[in-house]
Design a protein around this ligand. Structure first.
Ligand SMILES: [Fe+2]
Length: 272
């Protein structure tokens, strides 16, 4: 398991969001400009930087940042607990996760994002004799929708859901949508900040009381957050309001990197 963002990625993201220059950040950490560059580039720590002092300058939690630097990873979750939820990871210039969820009795399925490649999705649907009914888009960045055309071609009846203002009205999420997938139910929460149309889907009512799953796109990652293309402050506010208000056991299914939980992120994510 590797985190989507290493300690240097986290520092660069937080530093640029806070508008702190490299020189000022290097001085706070007690590093040379070249050492900070190296840290931000590949996560390599040389010397003994004062991460707590650096963190306080760039709106990160120092103790949590140090924990990441020491190799923190979220506790492994047993994906078999969620029946049925699968993470599909595809790789081109970067690696991206999409998720397939289905009701084990009715075999109705929903796809959340597509990643780069339709083939593993089609294979999973066919192998499990599923009926793909819904496609939920977390946000319209290319890596998340690259395989949408071939998925729609193979499953022309699939119903699209997104927060995109360019989508036809009948494909747009509404605040109180409550979509049933057999006995599973899917709701949505607005989580803009990384993208204007960022939305998180909550899948609930899994068999045997498995916790809900939150499919968050690039809103939050294990130990980090997405880039604030719209606004990092807005993104953090939405994470606090819409994600951290979910029960602590809620499974977080991010668009990049490993699965995590609300509890893990509240305790360990240095952006909070
Ligand atoms: Fe994205």
């Amino acid at each position: 398991m590797t985190l989507e963002d290493h300690v240097g990625d986290i520092i660069r993201k937080a530093r640029t969001a806070a508008g702190v220059s490299k020189e000022a950040a290097a001085a706070a950490a007690g590093l040379s400009a070249a050492q900070l560059d190296e840290l931000e580039e590949n996560g390599k720590i040389s010397g003994k930087p004062d991460l707590a002092r650096l963190a306080s300058q760039i709106a990160l939690d120092g103790a949590k940042l140090e924990r990441i630097a020491r190799g923190w990873l979220p506790k492994e979750t047993d994906p078999g607990m969620w029946r049925e939820l699968r993470q599909i990871t595809t790789m081109q210039r970067l690696s991206v996760n999409c998720y397939l969820v289905w009701d084990e009795v009715t075999r109705e399925a929903a796809l959340f994002d597509t990643g780069w490649d339709a083939d593993p999705i089609i294979k999973l649907v066919e192998e499990n004799q599923l009926q793909l009914k819904h496609f939920f888009l977390t946000h319209s960045h290319e890596d998340h929708i690259a395989a949408l055309a071939p998925v729609r071609e193979r499953f022309p009846k699939v119903r699209l859901h997104s927060n995109s203002k360019n989508a036809p009205p009948d494909q747009r999420n509404r605040a109180n949508d409550f979509i049933h997938l057999g006995s599973l139910r899917i709701t949505n929460r607005d989580t803009p900040g990384h993208a204007e149309d960022g939305v998180t889907y909550i899948v609930g009512n899994f068999p045997e009381d498995a916790p809900n799953a939150a499919i968050v796109g690039d809103c939050i990652f294990a130990g980090s957050i997405g880039r604030g293309f719209v606004s990092t402050d807005l993104l953090k506010q939405k994470i606090r309001e819409q994600i951290f208000s979910l029960p602590p056991g809620t499974l977080i299914c991010p668009g990049h990197g490993p699965l995590t939980t609300v509890k893990e992120e509240m305790e360990n994510n240095p952006f909070f």
